[in-house]
Design a binder for this molecule. Sequence first.
Ligand SMILES: *Cc1c(COP(=O)(O)O)cnc(C)c1O
Length: 253
Amino acid sequence: MLQRPVYPKATSLEEFRENFAQIQARIVQACERVGRDPGTVRLLPVSKTVDEERIRMVASLGYSQFGENKVQEAQTKADAMQDLNLHWAVIGHLQTNKVKYVARFASEFQALDSLRVAELLDARLEIEDRYLDVHIQINTSGEESKYGLAPQELADFIQSIKDLKRIRVKGLMTLAILSGDPVKVRQCFVLLRQLREQMQTNLPEHMRLDDLSMGMSGDFEIAIEEGATTVRIGQALFGARALPDSHYWPGIN
Ligand SMILES: *Cc1c(COP(=O)(O)O)cnc(C)c1O
């Protein structure tokens, strides 16, 4: 069984240095187990619920990309820390009425799963004269409550968005099943990798599915073993969140 570890809250530079070093070491070890170059894994710190002061500490250690699950919170932080020139990745479900904000400040959106949002984003990006890197979210666990396209919907979805010039598809994203059973968790990651392999042959020219964004604090080592190129890690770096995961994702207890 996977453990549910306790994540102590990091509040000093020293603690952040230690947490990042530990996670980096675990990334390296996971890569070594499967013969991968650790340089091919991007660590994306997920800073939801983390206040500005602590994000600034992490930025001072050389990290410039942050993942946020909620648009409002992400935008507030982006505004407050404009001086740092950070790269904000919106990694949570996007409602159509929030599209215009994302088009303004985000560098990356990892949870695309609807044509409507894709079209609205493209139109707003045009107005802002910006481009946005995008991951298509896939529901690999089959849980009804989860966001994301069903795997069999991906081929048609790619065709439907291929003329949208301002969104740049870079890869696929998934949340594994929240389960203590590592076998079930691994299956989700395997599915995402296989889906990418199936799609690679028939992609519109300007699209890339190279990046696999999968793995969080509790399961990133399994994800790396299965090919993750971006791991989204919050609690293991910053400390446990006060609110349960059900606050961020539907259908989780
Ligand atoms: C919060 C969040 C993460 C990080 O989860 P942790 O358990 O804090 O590592 C990853 N992906 C998404 C989409 C999230 O909302």
